[in-house]
Write a protein of this length. Structure first.
Length: 221
């Protein structure tokens, strides 16, 4: 497993990616392949969040849990699906909230790559999953890696907006220096919780308000 990341991330991730637990993850994924198990996303996309959003253009972190586990969906960006794939329920609610805030908003597809390219790190806490088995890779050290990433972003950057959409993500607040970053919280966009204040949370306009206040370019959602 040779991570494909933007060179700007090497400044804070080079040592992390050389640690033994990363080798253990790679060995585990190799063993799953030998058992003919299907893992998403495909290997070249596992670190897509870090190749799509350079560290030196980072503005926002939107944290998810693990990749979609159905064929054709996952491509390494949290909440995003590949072009031409039916929009999943959680993403559909994200789009509903965008329409609440920006009436007339009409997404072209379920791919959020255009967010990533504008400085939105779409990071899952767990970077792989076995087909049709959500959270199946929850105990293979991915969270050690992504927790350390969040900590390193917090330590090395200033005024990043961390978006934590549910209790699981909100547990990561302990990794973030709240004195030098912004944190936005709400329930998850899942159909099971979106009605409990995910819808009408105002986060997308709030993000752009914060960016505008910092003289940074707003996100074109």
């Amino acid at each position: 497993m040779l991570p494909q990341i933007h060179p700007s991330w090497e400044t804070i991730l080079k040592d992390e990616l050389s640690k033994d637990y990363i080798k253990d993850i790679s060995l585990f994924l190799d063993s799953e392949a030998l058992k003919w198990k299907t893992v998403y996303p495909e290997q070249k996309s596992i670190f897509a969040a870090f190749s799509s959003t350079p560290l030196n253009s980072l503005k926002v972190v939107i944290l998810g849990q693990d990749p979609y586990h159905w064929p054709g969906q996952a491509h390494g960006l949290s909440f995003s699906v590949q072009e031409g794939i039916k929009i999943p329920p959680s993403l559909r609610n994200i789009y509903k909230e965008l329409e609440n805030e920006y009436p007339g908003y009409t997404p072209d597809s379920g791919s959020l790559i255009h967010w990533a390219e504008q400085g939105v790190l779409l990071l899952n806490s767990i970077l792989t999953v076995e087909a049709k088995k959500p959270a199946s890779h929850a105990k293979i050290w991915w969270e050690t890696f992504t927790d350390n990433v969040l900590q390193k972003i917090s330590d090395s950057q200033q005024w990043i907006i961390f978006v934590l959409w549910w209790a699981y993500a909100q547990k990561k607040k302990v990794l973030i220096d709240c004195d030098k970053h912004f944190i936005l919280e709400s329930p998850h966009p899942s159909p099971f919780s979106a009605h409990r204040w995910f819808l009408w949370n105002g986060h997308f306009k709030r993000i752009n308000y914060i960016l505008n206040d910092q003289w940074k370019e707003e996100i074109k959602w």
